[in-house]
Every structure is written in structure tokens, then in C-alpha cells.
Design a protein around this ligand. Structure first.
Ligand code: HEM
Ligand SMILES: *[C@@H]1O[C@H](CO)[C@@H](O)[C@H](O)[C@H]1NC(C)=O
Ligand SMILES: *[C@@H]1O[C@H](CO)[C@@H](O)[C@H](O)[C@H]1NC(C)=O
Ligand SMILES: *[C@@H]1O[C@H](CO)[C@@H](O)[C@H](O)[C@H]1NC(C)=O
Length: 316
């Protein structure tokens, strides 16, 4: 019994240390009852005007959580001589920040000063997935916004050139498992990539191969034609899952056909465990949806900031 109590205390202490504050489903029940409706409407209206919005919001939440925890640091603007995350190197396609501004404005009108930008972003990412035909999950809330955003820290994000051990390390540093890695990578069923993110695979791959041999030859040829070496079109690139704009499990089917876009996507076949999960999610969309929702909640609880920002673009 004494041992049990000590063990439970240890778990409590550990979770306090790793979570910092705890999130809850009914966090704003009394203080901002209409929050979820307001955010969902802002996302829906924006997505109706611009189809690229859902992918942008999902990726924005991921980038937020992987740098300083989910603290809306990704939303801060550069100020004075401080270059913020959004002006850091992998900023290449983060966009649609205005959607969070619009949601925040509508939320502030109803319940001023209580809802963090980080919570609005977490809700918007959930709504983006659901709006794209994917799963819907209840978002635990109560995040706080951070006061620091540094461009140099975007180097902490995993790169598309990462191999499987680098990916596992990047996720495990944030207490995310191999299953989280495989499930969350399924976010690449949505959205667009610029040529620079996969050029490593189609030109000068290594000393013996010009093209990454793990790329299907016809897919490699297609990518080469989209991204010629002396490509002048700054916006050249391709959708991550060309088969549809729906949030589905096609991403995993493509990987099994050697048609994953990034090295980091194709690398999910490189260990028995990750390969098994790719096959499982390719077979069962249900299993993918369930795992994705769970992993989003886990990623969404990476601890961050300390205040509720009034304006998502700047600290109070
Ligand atoms: C596992 C490590 C990951 C790597 C290396 C990675 C890398 C990338 C890269 C290079 C792009 C294309 C950027 C561009 O060229 O414009 C991209 C796009 C995207 N990523 Fe990831 N990503 C990872 C994980 C995730 C996760 C966990 C999510 C969300 C759950 C996610 C969601 C997205 C989405 C939705 C897009 C499309 C964005 C748009 O169209 O605006 N990614 N990712
Ligand atoms: C991305 O970073 C570059 C270089 O710091 C900057 O010039 C550009 O404005 C940034 N793009 C966005 C969309 O923030
Ligand atoms: C992954 O890349 C790192 C850094 O380049 C390297 O040290 C490691 O051996 C690679 N691992 C695998 C499994 O290829
Ligand atoms: C190039 O990559 C291929 C496939 O990963 C590998 O078999 C080959 O040994 C690599 N060559 C060099 C010189 O690293």
C-alpha cells in the first residue's frame, strides 16, 4: 500500500512537471460558452473563400506545438531586432494567420480577455481536419500564450530530409511516440509543398544516385518535370496527396507505393514498427482517424506559455 501511494505520487509529480498546467474539455464552459461555435464559423467562412486554409491551420498548430510548446509563439510578429518564428527559415508556406486573427476578434467581442490564442489555434486545427472530411475530436483547453518567439528556434522543427532515427528523436524529445509520429505524419494528406522541400530526392541525391532509389520511377519523373533544376517559378510544387483534398488515409497507400513526397514520409517504411503502422493505417481509415485524433490531443498538450494575449500578433 505504502509503495502504491508513493508510486501514484510520483506519477502525479511527474505529470505536473511535464504538463505544467492541466487542460480540460470544459475550461471555458462558464467564461466563453460559444467559443467553439465562433472558432468553427471563422474557419468555415475562411475555408469557403480559400481552399488552402485548412492545411495551413493544421500545419500552423504543429509548428506552434513543436517550438516552445503550444503557446501561439508561431503567431507573434517580429518586433524591433527580434526576428520571430514566422520569419524563420521553414516559414515557406505558413500562411492564413489572418484566420486566427478573425477568430480571435470574434471571440474577444463575446468574451474579452479570457481565451488564449493557443487554444483558438488548437480548435482551428481540429475544425480544419473535420471540415476536410476527417475525424473530429474534443479539444482539451486552457493553454496559455507565450511571450517569446525566435526565428532561430524553428531549426528545432523536423526537416523533410530527416531519416527515421532523426524523426523518432524529434518526436521523443516532445514525449511523442513512434505511433504519434506515424499517425501525425498523416496530416500530409492535406496541403501543398514547394519544390525546395523535396528537391534533395530528385537531383544530386547522393554520390551514387542522382535520384533517391526509394522513389517510384514514374513519380520521380513527374516531380522532376514539376521542379526543373533552373526553375524560375517560386511557387512551383505539388500537393502532398494529389489524389484528393479530403482528409483520408491515401497518404499511407502512397507511401506503400513508394510515392511519399518527402524523405521523411518515405522513411516511415524503414523500421518494422513504423512500417507496420503505415500498412495498418493504409488498410483501415478508421484506425488512422482514431490514432490521429489521439495523437493530436497529445501533441496539443505540449506545455507552453503564461498569459492570455489580447492580440494574437503581439505580447500583452
Ligand atoms: C514528421 C515530421 C514532419 C516534417 C519533416 C514535415 C515537413 C513538411 C514540409 C517540408 C512541408 C511543405 C512545406 C512547403 O514546402 O511549403 C509540410 C507541409 C505540411 N505539413 Fe508537415 N511535416 C511534418 C509533420 C507534420 C505534422 C505532424 C503535421 C500535422 C499534424 C503536418 C502537416 C502539414 C500540412 C497540413 C502541410 C501542408 C501545408 C499547406 O499546404 O499550407 N506536418 N510539412
Ligand atoms: C519568411 O522568412 C523570410 C526570411 O526571414 C522573410 O523575408 C519572409 O517575409 C517570411 N515569410 C513569411 C510568410 O512570414
Ligand atoms: C540518420 O541521419 C543521421 C544524421 O545524418 C545519421 O547519423 C544516422 O546514422 C542516420 N540513421 C539512419 C538509420 O540512416
Ligand atoms: C546512396 O543512397 C542509396 C540508397 O539509400 C544507398 O544504397 C547508397 O549506398 C548511397 N550511396 C552513397 C555513396 O552514400
Amino acid at each position: 500500500m505504502a509503495i502504491m501511494v508513493t508510486f501514484l505520487n510520483l506519477i502525479t509529480i511527474f505529470s505536473l512537471v511535464s504538463i505544467g498546467y492541466s487542460l480540460s474539455l470544459n475550461y471555458y464552459e462558464k467564461t466563453c460558452h460559444d467559443l467553439e461555435y465562433i472558432v468553427a464559423k471563422a474557419v468555415k467562412d475562411a475555408a469557403a473563400r480559400d481552399k488552402t486554409v485548412p492545411a495551413a491551420l493544421l500545419r500552423m498548430h504543429f509548428h506552434d506545438c513543436f517550438v516552445r510548446g503550444c503557446d501561439a509563439s508561431v503567431l507573434l510578429y517580429s518586433k524591433g531586432n527580434n526576428k520571430a518564428e514566422k520569419d524563420g527559415p521553414p516559414n515557406i508556406s505558413l500562411h492564413a494567420f489572418y484566420v486566427i486573427d478573425e477568430a480571435k476578434r470574434a471571440v474577444e467581442a463575446k468574451c474579452p480577455g479570457v481565451v488564449s490564442c493557443a487554444d483558438i489555434l488548437a480548435l482551428a486545427a481540429r475544425d480544419a481536419v473535420f471540415l476536410s472530411g476527417g475525424p473530429r475530436w474534443d479539444v482539451p483547453k486552457g493553454r496559455k500564450d507565450g511571450r517569446t518567439s525566435k526565428a532561430s528556434e524553428t531549426r528545432q522543427l523536423p526537416a523533410p530530409t530527416f531519416n527515421i532515427s532523426q524523426l523518432q528523436q524529434s518526436f521523443s524529445q516532445r514525449a511523442l511516440s513512434v505511433k504519434d509520429l506515424v499517425a501525425l505524419s498523416g496530416g500530409h494528406t492535406l496541403g501543398f509543398s514547394h519544390c525546395s522541400s523535396f528537391r534533395n530526392r530528385i537531383q544530386n541525391f547522393n554520390a551514387t544516385h542522382d535520384v533517391d532509389p526509394s522513389l517510384h520511377p514514374s513519380f520521380a519523373a513527374k516531380l522532376k518535370s514539376i521542379c526543373p533544376l533552373k526553375n524560375k517559378a517560386k511557387n512551383a510544387g505539388t500537393t502532398l496527396d494529389p489524389s484528393s483534398t479530403t482528409f483520408d488515409n491515401t497518404y499511407y497507400k502512397l507511401i506503400l507505393q513508394q510515392k511519399g513526397l518527402f524523405s521523411s514520409d518515405q522513411a516511415l517504411l524503414d523500421t518494422p514498427k513504423t512500417k507496420h503502422l503505415v500498412s495498418k493505417f493504409a488498410r483501415s481509415q478508421e484506425a488512422f482517424y482514431e490514432a490521429f485524433a489521439k495523437s493530436m490531443i497529445k501533441m496539443g498538450s505540449i506545455n507552453g506559455g503564461q498569459e492570455v494575449r489580447k492580440d494574437c500578433r503581439k505580447i500583452n
